[in-house]
Design a protein around this ligand. Structure first.
Ligand code: BES
Ligand code: ZN
Length: 634
């Protein structure tokens, strides 16, 4: 299990070279406020002892639902007097801890695992001598680790092999690796993963096509990344190339459809590079997960994880890929330093996504996506606690998962659109490009963004934007009046047709919906006025066969509408849907619609009892919050 030192050194050298690049480019940056020393969602003490490299050596045991092995952490004594390394863990079985001085042997180290906190997990304190250079922790995960989902063969497309995937964002890496689980700390990582025969491991790193003689898959991520971007999946996976830097990993039965759906990814990368600078991560591959993947996508570097629900055959939902790709600049290259700065990741990415979508698929298409995003924002604003309606909270949220909503995404995007309009697209594009270049491979706070904005735009074009206006965007719970709201003629037309249809002026057969893009259907269904009658819904279904549609996005919108209209005959279809899906954005609206009446809530609880074993731990938490009567969330 030992990890060869030469490899460690090589990664170290490479990260030093990279460091040289950042130092040179950061010279031109005016003084920005410093990063905080610690942040509220981590026990780590990087201001004293900082993890510089992570090396994993893990075996995957599907029978016991455990990962077990070691992590080696190369450490830097930032404060030479510090003698305790603090790590984040959640429900890990820690078997042994050792430290090692340069060229020395591994020696047993004392450690203390604190009592667990519900949200943060357990602090692991390790005694480290002043000359220790590495720390090794031997450990196993528990079967219900919050950042892992273990799937039975029945839960996969192929039905023959089990599947495992990780989801580390926001604070779940600590449930499968003991480390400094904070976006303040970045480190390169390496891994060796032993899988059962016939199963392939993939990670957010450089990969080899074959395992070594011992059946271990090897990985290396040479660039320093935050812990929430460490990702692993194991299953019956095949690969198909789709371009010079792009390809798709999926279960064999999904591979061709996935490769067809995502065939235009290389083009999206080229568009992004034109405006935001070179793609710095080498390859960009996609991994298609089973339906229980709780998110639409996750921007794990070099290997975006994606829900199968966007594979519709018509490439109409690939803006999700543009979104995850855009994180290669906003998020992965420049990372929110704390979870209170989440909008720096998602608001920027949402803005970039709309820009990329409109460049690739035209203004009209981009406009539809923006309008749908704005509808999501209004819906989230209505349900969120007042404290969560602004871009930054006065005090950090207890649990980042609990306050997840469209607000940092869409309000963040509207803020950037507003700035773009003030300074002009050309100047704003150059500004964003500079932000990414000057902070590449660094973590950043909102305060640093504001200082950079002041330096690069406000000071050069005084009078265009005031501090009061910036505060209104960032800190006030209501959306500023000056927000530039999106419009889409394609969607306005749908709204007008829907009006005429609702009032009986247009027959169901006359709705020109056969040619509607999924976005038009989404608008038609998702913002349907409450006065729609059950009979009108039945007519829609008879004509357009919405119940049982193979498009999972529309399936969710349609069922939500029927449930919200009190159509009890939709319950069996809703049950089938909720047992087969797992993406939070698709299942939570159905649970929420059911939970509106006592009878519906009782039914939702029954369905959930059956569906829960197939849901991801994070999705289970989200549904349980709804069943307890909490409003906010996805
Ligand atoms: N990074 C997020 C997913 C995420 C956020 C996971 C916070 C855990 C905590 C990802 O980039 C994302 O935003 N996914 C969206 C996609 C969409 C906006 C196109 C999703 O899953 O809905
Ligand atoms: Zn995102």
């Amino acid at each position: 299990m030992a990890i060869r030192f030469s490899v460690l050194k090589c990664a170290c050298l490479r990260s030093l070279q990279l460091l040289g690049v950042y130092m040179a480019s950061s010279m031109s940056v005016a003084a920005e406020p410093p990063l905080p020393a610690t942040e509220p969602h981590s026990y780590a003490n990087p201001q004293q002892i900082r993890v510089r490299e992570v090396a994993l050596d893990l075996a995957v045991d599907f029978e016991r639902k455990r990962l077990s092995g070691t992590v080696d952490l190369a450490i830097e004594h930032v404060d030479p007097k510090a003698r305790e390394l603090l790590l984040d863990t959640r429900a890990l079985d820690i078997e042994q801890v050792q430290t090692r001085a340069e060229k020395g042997d591994w020696k047993a180290a004392e450690f203390k695992l604190a009592a667990p906190d519900r949200v943060l997990g357990s602090r692991l304190g390790i005694a480290v001598p002043g000359d220790a250079q590495s720390v090794r922790v031997r450990y196993s995960t528990v079967p219900d680790a919050s950042g892992l989902q273990w799937l039975t063969p029945e839960q996969t497309a192929g039905k023959r092999q089990p599947f495992l995937f990780t989801q580390s964002q926001a604070i779940h890496a600590r449930s499968w690796i003991p480390l400094q689980d904070t976006p303040l700390v970045r480190a390169p990582y390496r891994a060796r993963i032993k899988t059962p025969k016939g199963l392939r491991a993939v990670m957010s790193a450089e990969m080899h096509d074959e395992p070594d003689a011992d059946g271990r898959w090897r990985f290396e991520m040479p660039q320093p990344i935050p812990s929430y971007l460490i990702a692993l999946a194991v299953g019956d996976l095949a690969f198909k190339s789709t371009g010079k830097r792009t390809g798709v990993y999926a279960e064999p039965s999904m591979l061709d459809r996935a490769a067809h759906e995502f065939a235009e990814t290389e083009k999206t990368i080229e568009l992004a590079e034109k405006t935001y600078g070179p793609y710095r991560w080498g390859r960009y591959d996609l991994l298609v997960l089973p339906p229980s993947f709780p998110y639409g996508g996750m921007e794990n570097p070099r290997l975006t994880f994606v829900t199968p629900s966007v594979i519709t055959g018509d490439r109409k939902l690939v803006s999700l890929i543009a979104h995850e790709l855009a994180h290669s600049w906003s998020g992965n290259l420049v990372t929110n330093a704390t979870w209170s700065d989440f909008w720096l990741n998602e608001g920027f990415t949402t803005y970039l996504t709309y820009r990329l979508t409109e460049a690739q698929y035209g203004q009209a298409f981009g406009d539809m996506e923006r309008v749908l995003g704005y509808h999501d924002l209004l819906d989230s604003m209505e349900r969120a606690d007042v404290a969560d309606r602004s871009l930054i909270r006065e005090t950090p949220a207890a649990d980042p998962d609990e306050v997840f909503s469209s607000i940092p995404y869409e309000r963040g995007e509207l803020f950037l659109v507003w700035l773009e309009q003030r300074f002009g697209r050309e100047a704003f594009d150059a500004f964003l490009r500079g932000w990414f270049d000057d902070h590449a491979f660094k973590s950043a706070t909102t305060a640093q963004f504001l200082a950079y904005l002041q330096d690069k735009l406000l000071a050069r074009q005084p009078g265009k934007v005031s501090t009061v206006q910036l505060d209104a965007w960032l800190k006030v719970p209501v959306l500023p009046d000056s927000a530039v709201l999106p419009t889409s003629s394609a969607l306005t037309e749908v709204e007008q047709q829907r009006e005429r249809w609702l009032s009986g002026k247009l027959g169901t057969a006359q709705l020109p919906a056969k040619n509607w893009a999924v976005q038009q259907w989404q608008l038609f269904l998702d913002s349907m006025p409450e006065r729609v009658t059950l009979d009108q819904l039945r007519q829609l279904d008879a004509r357009f066969k919405l119940t049982g549609t193979s498009n999972q996005i529309l399936g969710s919108s349609w069922l939500r509408l029927r449930l919200a209209a009190g159509d009890k005959s939709a319950w069996p279809a809703a049950e089938t849907y909720l047992l087969g899906a797992g993406r939070m954005r698709l299942i939570t609206p159905l649970y929420r619609a059911l939970a509106k009446t006592p009878e519906g809530l009782a039914f939702a609880k029954q369905v959930y009892a059956k569906a829960a074993p197939g849901y991801h731990p994070i999705a289970r938490e989200a549904v349980e919050r709804i069943l307890r009567g909490e409003q906010a969330g996805v």
